[in-house]
Each structure stands twice: as structure tokens, then as C-alpha cells.
Design a binder for this molecule. Structure first.
Ligand SMILES: NC(=O)c1ccc[n+]([C@@H]2O[C@H](COP(=O)([O-])OP(=O)(O)OC[C@H]3O[C@@H](n4cnc5c(N)ncnc54)[C@H](O)[C@@H]3O)[C@@H](O)[C@H]2O)c1
Length: 450
């Protein structure tokens, strides 16, 4: 199929490259001309495992432009533009509105009789499918073409995880088709057939080996839109739940990891998303939870559980500070090194990363803060230096705080690091280090509920 993707970000670029890998004919449109230029020069705008190989192989067949004229004659147009938090906690639909309007204008030039299927992958409030329809229709009506079925709108919420985006796109647990017309469901099936049937060429044997069956479900647009928010809210709940149990675990002297494994072995619960730590972050969980709360308020519905998940997460970020205060007493004049800066491993995304919040709080308390991360070279917090190695971070530090569980931190040479630290304290904010190895180097080890 001929497919245009609107938005060359984490979702759009990954979707475009994976669908091109599946044999569809792709084009990519982004209003950010700098990003278009960067892609044209063969550079990816962000780090994502396996994406570089796909990009290098397929970029010759993937036209990238800021010009919406490219969408006029495609079969499918996928929307993957931002849906950030608005100032009132709801969703800012500016980008979605603007993409729909530009799309409507471009469709005036459509020469193909078959209607284009608009597929919304943005995480958006219930009813946005209808809004997108109205905005496109308005542009076409301007030309006096209101009766011509030049398009229809569907929802296909995106569930990919940054750091696993290629795997999640090619081997999703489930694909949710939100349609209001049977014909649109059939076209989505056609678009996703290579993924559903796994008929695309293998990207990497380890991805194929990790894959499970993908389930496809078809529902209304409204149910699909709500499914995405409900999924992210539940993931946030699981994390906040285990973090609350971690506090109790700490108090009574239990091991939160054993507790999490003990409950996670129950198939009704599952072990995933039960790792206690210094709180969740990233571009999605906080934004989507806050949007979900705001949508519920529009209907006058209470959201006690969602409110609590947010509040526990806020409190959790302060736990790292409290552990540092317990060990160092005074943070004023202390040198704190942050091991890892991204909100999770496998990405260079710093949106709502706990590291930034924690760094700001430490600076306010008078500490000096440096950070090391395998893929980050600078952070948007004035006063925080990003150094080039863990050795440089440890040099003269009073404490190291592990914020992101990058694999390479599991194998650090603790005696070498201990030798250059001013005080030997390690706070493991993700419970991912081997305490015995750290302590064997004469370092005081603290973790979360462990
Ligand atoms: N990042 C994730 O892990 C993830 C996962 C699931 C769903 N989502 C949702 O997917 C959507 C996209 O998220 P993302 O992380 O890919 O965003 P992103 O910020 O990485 O990329 C969005 C891109 O859209 C471009 N853009 C903005 N307005 C445009 C317009 N009118 N026309 C064309 N391009 C435009 C921007 O320049 C940017 O390059 C959001 O709704 C988000 O909530 C994201």
C-alpha cells in the first residue's frame, strides 16, 4: 500500500521504517524542516536500537518532506504527531488539529477515487477521531466537495516502548483497530497483514526469538482511544503500587524484589512493571495519566486511584534525596554523581526523566551535580555537568546515585571507582546492582526497599 506518515518522531519514524521493511511504499512528512534536513543527510534524530540498520537500508526508498502535497494520492495516512500536556493538565491538541487541517487541504488535490484511510496513532482523548474527521471535512467542504468520500478516519493506538520500538512495532502483543466502518477494518488488516502473518524479512534473530503471538482486535474508535489511556494508567498503577510496597518492605526489613517475584508469579498479576525504584518518567506515563484524569473530570467522575498513582510517583522521586540525606547528612557542598540520565535504558529521551527532577532538587539543596549516561551528552538543567565516563563521575564524588539501569552499570569496576571517590556511598535507585560486589569495594550500598 502507499502510506504517508505525519510526524517523524519516535512513533512516526519507527512506524514508517517498519512498514517500509514490510514492503509498503512509504513517505514521511514532518513540519520541522531541521529534522527533515537531518533525515535527508542520513542522520537519525534520536537513539533507538535496530532503527539505524533499518534506516540505512531503507532511506533511499523513503521520501521525507515538510510538504503535505505528498499525501494527496496515498492509500493510508498515519498521524503520529505530539499530543503534549496542556497547561490545565488536559491534552494540547494543537499538533493534531494542525496535521488534520493540512491533510484536509492536501486532499483537495486527490486524484485517486478510493478514499484515503486516516489512521490516528497519537494518544488522544476520546472523541478526537471525530474532531479529526470534522477538521479534514471542513477543508474539503471549502472546495464544495462535502459529499465526496475522499477519506475516512480510524484509530490504531500505539503501544511501543522507547528502547524496544522496532520489536514492539514488528512483534506487538496486540494491535487494536478502532473503526466505525467495516471497510476501514479490512484496509487496516491489509496494512498490517505482513506484521500479523510475520511475513517480513527477519531484522535480528534475537527479536524473532523473543516474539510471542500478536492478537488483533477490532473495536469502535472511541473504545480504541480509551484503551490506550487505560493501558498506560494501569502500567503507572503497577509501578506506583510496587513502590508503595517497597516503602513498607524497607520498614519491616523484607526484600522488595522477592516480594515482587512472589506476587508476579501469579499469572493474574504478572512480574512485568513490578520493579521498585525512584519512580517512573518519560514522555508518556505522566502525560497520559494526567490527560486521563482531566478527561474523567470533564464527566464529573472521580479518579482516586489515578490521583494516588501520580502522588506516589511524585513522592518516590524524593526517596533518592532522602537516602542521600541519611547518608551524607548535609547536601550543601556535597558532590553527587548521577549514573544514567535517561528515563529508562535504550533511549536518549529525557522527557520527564527523574534524573532532571532529582538534579534540580539537589542543586536547590546546595549540592553540586554531575551525570554520566552512555547516550546523553547534555541535559536541560543549568548547573549539571555531563561527563564522559563513570570514572570521571566518581572522581571526588561523595555519592553516586544510579538513576537509569543501563546494562553497562552492572559490570562496573567498584574497587577502581571507590579509590577515587571522596566518600564511598552508592544509592541504587533501580535495585539493579549486586550489593555484594559494591560492598566488597568498601562502599556503603543503599537501595529502594531492598
Ligand atoms: N514516544 C512513545 O513512546 C509513544 C508511545 C506510544 C504513543 N505515543 C504517542 O504518539 C504520538 C507521537 O509521539 P512521539 O513520541 O513520536 O513524538 P515526537 O515528539 O518524538 O515526534 C513527533 C513529530 O511530529 C512532528 N510534527 C509536529 N506537528 C506536525 C504536523 N502538523 N505535521 C507533521 N509533523 C508534525 C514533530 O516535528 C516531531 O518530529 C503522541 O501522541 C504520543 O503520545 C508515543
Amino acid at each position: 500500500m502507499r502510506v504517508a506518515v505525519l510526524g517523524a518522531g519516535h512513533v512516526g519514524l519507527t512506524t514508517a521504517l517498519c512498514l517500509a521493511h514490510c514492503g509498503h511504499e512509504l513517505s514521511l512528512i514532518d513540519v520541522d524542516s531541521a529534522r527533515v534536513g537531518q533525515l535527508g543527510q542520513g542522520q537519525l534524530p534520536f537513539y533507538e536500537p535496530y532503527l539505524t540498520d533499518l534506516f540505512n537500508r531503507l532511506r533511499g526508498e523513503l521520501p521525507v518532506s515538510s510538504d503535505y502535497a505528498m499525501v494527496a494520492d496515498v492509500d493510508v495516512c498515519i498521524m503520529a504527531v505530539p499530543s503534549p500536556t496542556a497547561t490545565d493538565g488536559g491534552v494540547d491538541l494543537t499538533f493534531v488539529r494542525s496535521a488534520a487541517t493540512s491533510l484536509g487541504q492536501a486532499l483537495r488535490q486527490r486524484r485517486v477515487s478510493e478514499p484515503v484511510l486516516v489512521v490516528n496513532k497519537c494518544t488522544v482523548p476520546v472523541g478526537t477521531g471525530r474532531l479529526v474527521f470534522e477538521l479534514i471535512a471542513r477543508e474539503l467542504a471549502d472546495e464544495g466537495d462535502v459529499g465526496a468520500p475522499r477519506f475516512s478516519v480510524s484509530s490504531c493506538p500505539e503501544f511501543l516502548r522507547e528502547g524496544h520500538a522496532v520489536f514492539d512495532t514488528l512483534y506487538p502483543d496486540r494491535i487494536v483497530f478502532g473503526v466505525d466502518r467495516e471497510a476501514d477494518g479490512r484496509r487496516l488488516q491489509q496494512l498490517y497483514r505482513p506484521i500479523i502473518e510475520r511475513s517480513f524479512p527477519e531484522v535480528a534473530p534475537e527479536l524473532t526469538a523473543a516474539a510471542a503471538v500478536s492478537t488483533v482486535m477490532t473495536t469502535s474508535i472511541i473504545s480504541a482511544e480509551l484503551t490506550k489511556y487505560a493501558a498506560n494508567a494501569f502500567l503507572a498503577l503497577k509501578l506506583s503500587f510496587i513502590n508503595e510496597i517497597a516503602a513498607i518492605s524497607s520498614a519491616v526489613g523484607a526484600s522488595i524484589q522477592d516480594v515482587a517475584t512472589g506476587i508476579g508469579l501469579d499469572r493474574r498479576i504478572g512480574r512485568a512493571f513490578l520493579n521498585a525504584g525512584i519512580g517512573w518518567g518519560g514522555s508518556c506515563l505522566g502525560k497520559d495519566l494526567s490527560a486521563f484524569i482531566s478527561i474523567s473530570r470533564e464527566y464529573g467522575l472521580p479518579t482516586q486511584i489515578l490521583d494516588a498513582a501520580l502522588a506516589v510517583n511524585e513522592r518516590q522521586r524524593a526517596v533518592a534525596i532522602r537516602l542521600l540525606q541519611e547518608e551524607l547528612r548535609l547536601l550543601k557542598g556535597s558532590r553527587i554523581g548521577l549514573l544514567g540520565l535517561t528515563f529508562k535504558p535504550g533511549t536518549d529521551d529525557l522527557r520527564d526523566a527523574p534524573s532532571l527532577d532529582i538534579a534540580r532538587r539537589l542543586l536547590t539543596l546546595g549540592a553540586s551535580v554531575a551525570g554520566y549516561d552512555p547516550v546523553v551528552r547534555e541535559v536541560p538543567v543549568p548547573g549539571v555537568t555531563v561527563v564522559a565516563s563513570v570514572g570521571a563521575l566518581a572522581n571526588g564524588a561523595d555519592a553516586l546515585l544510579l538513576v537509569t539501569e543501563w546494562d553497562e552499570f552492572a559490570d562496573l569496576d567498584w574497587p577502581v571507582l571507590a579509590a577515587v571517590m571522596r566518600q564511598r556511598i552508592v544509592i541504587d535507585g533501580r535495585n539493579c546492582l549486586d550489593p555484594a560486589r559494591v560492598e566488597a569495594a568498601g562502599i556503603k550500598y543503599r537501595a529502594i526497599g531492598r
